[in-house]
Design a protein around this ligand. Structure first.
Ligand SMILES: Cc1cc2nc3c(=O)[nH]c(=O)nc-3n(C[C@H](O)[C@H](O)[C@H](O)COP(=O)(O)OP(=O)(O)OC[C@H]3O[C@@H](n4cnc5c(N)ncnc54)[C@H](O)[C@@H]3O)c2cc1C
Length: 408
């Protein structure tokens, strides 16, 4: 076992606390810095895939999380005219496969409680702004009050898609913003929505509406509505009723759910980034989660990739000395991340763009794909999160915590 390291983690979203638990339990001295003053109960509903659930299982946190999730059996996506584009049941992959609809705050609660018991030192209200080096080249961190922290043996940059620390790491990255984002709202699920189905409806490439059962004890439901970012100011000034009518044209069953939205202020906006990096480590620094590889949520993978990053980094540090462990981390994550980044970039314009012919192509091709069992299975496996190429999957050994009987 390599020596105990002094580790700083920047960002307490998903990747940061998950990595903190693994590393503190392995005997390292871990400090987690978060710019928010305290844990905020904010965030959208998201879908935890079998890959993400497997990491939670490996962390020993399934039992704490599962009472709060909505087990999702399938993704169902149709056009406004009723043509079924995707009907992807997880059971195609095995009887014990499912997704978990949950809420960012619920996942964070479970992760932070475990981080605290593992002895992670939490520093709320600390926004890191700069990274420098001491005379032995070990990294130091500087916060918003110009206070210096460190030196550290290793810094984990987990500060999300808008990362300010990515540039400080010295590891080259290309960052762009998608022209389309989303409006979202979380309310109480109404009986018209099946609690085990992620429902989506599209009309051309310009209208996309989704409803995700989001679990927790209150039986919540998340509404997503695709929108061009430059249309958001006009939406804020516009009539809420006419927006609801747009939603109802796609999802008529939403009528009673929508009565919960009485003001624009109840609806949040989401902006998506695309981050490209050739490797995710540098000299005593390593990037995880959205800071390393943000993508559009079209394939619903962000939280799962962040959890898998944490598991892969912890495993590498368990096996090898620091420099080799960081190189192994980039190597182990490469194929999986490349596939999902490629697949997401390729798929997103079919659902969110101004390229209308892509919508016609989608409406012609997807129903065919959906009827071919082999292709449908590959699409379901892609949704489940364990693919590394169109016809290849992660080896069983790299799906942490998955019971051996299950295949992805
Ligand atoms: C509308 C929407 C729907 C989504 N749906 C899904 C889905 O269905 N499935 C899925 O897997 N993913 C989904 N995602 C993506 C998912 O939310 C992210 O991929 C995931 O949260 C990434 O985790 P992270 O830890 O890398 O970053 P984040 O969760 O963004 O956390 C970063 C943390 O760092 C903190 N921070 C930032 N800068 C600093 C600093 N300088 N110093 C200290 N702290 C700092 C922030 O306050 C934050 O707490 C969705 C995203 C959106 C917007």
């Amino acid at each position: 076992m390599p020596d105990s390291l002094r580790i700083a983690i920047i960002g307490s979203g998903t990747a940061g606390p998950a990595a903190a638990i693994f590393l503190a339990r392995a005997g390292h001295e871990v400090s987690l810095f978060e710019r928010a003053e305290k844990k905020l109960s904010v965030g959208a509903g998201f879908l935890l895939q079998p890959t993400g659930l497997a990491v939670m299982h490996r962390l020993g946190l399934s039992e704490a999380l599962l009472p709060h999730i909505a087990p999702i059996n399938k993704l169902y996506c149709r056009t406004r005219s009723g043509r079924v584009l995707l009907d992807l049941p997880y059971s195609e992959l095995g009887h014990d496969f499912y997704g978990a609809g949950t809420h960012r705050a619920t996942l964070l609660d479970v992760l932070l409680a475990a981080a605290e018991s593992a002895g992670v030192m939490m520093h709320w209200g600390t926004e890191m702004q700069r990274l420098s080096r001491d005379s032995t080249d070990r990294p130091l961190l500087h916060d918003q009050s110009i206070q210096r922290h460190g030196p550290y043996d290793l810094i984990l940059i987990c500060d999300g898609a808008h990362s300010a620390m990515r540039e400080q790491s010295g590891v080259p990255a290309r960052v762009s913003r998608y022209p389309w984002g989303a409006l979202w709202f979380i309310g109480e699920r109404t009986p018209e929505f099946d609690p085990s189905v992620l429902w989506q409806c599209v009309d051309s490439t310009r209208e996309l509406n989704g409803f995700l059962p989001t679990g927790t004890r209150d039986d919540l439901l998340s509404l997503f509505w695709s929108i061009r970012l430059d249309h958001i100011p006009a939406w804020r000034q516009g009539s809420l009723e006419s927006w609801k009518q747009q939603i109802l044209r796609l999802s008529p069953q939403a009528e009673s759910f929508l009565t919960q939205i009485e003001s624009h202020h109840q609806v949040a906006t989401a902006v998506y980034h695309d981050v490209r990096m050739k490797q995710w480590h540098g000299n005593r620094v390593v990037l995880l989660g959205d800071a390393a590889h943000a993508l559009s949520p079209q394939l619903g993978q962000g939280v799962n990739l962040a959890l898998m990053d944490a598991a892969a980094l912890a495993e590498s540090l368990e096996l090898l000395p620091l420099d080799e462990a960081l190189a192994r981390y980039s190597k182990v994550r490469r194929r999986h991340l490349r596939f999902y980044q490629f697949a997401t970039r390729w798929t997103t314009p079919f659902f969110q763009s101004d390229w209308l012919p892509l919508g016609w192509l989608r409406d012609a091709a997807f129903p065919l794909i959906n009827t071919l069992p082999m292709l449908r299975r590959q699409m379901t496996a892609t949704m489940a999160g364990g693919k590394t190429g169109p016809f290849s999957s992660l080896p069983q050994a790299q799906i942490p915590g998955r019971p051996p009987a299950s295949r992805l």
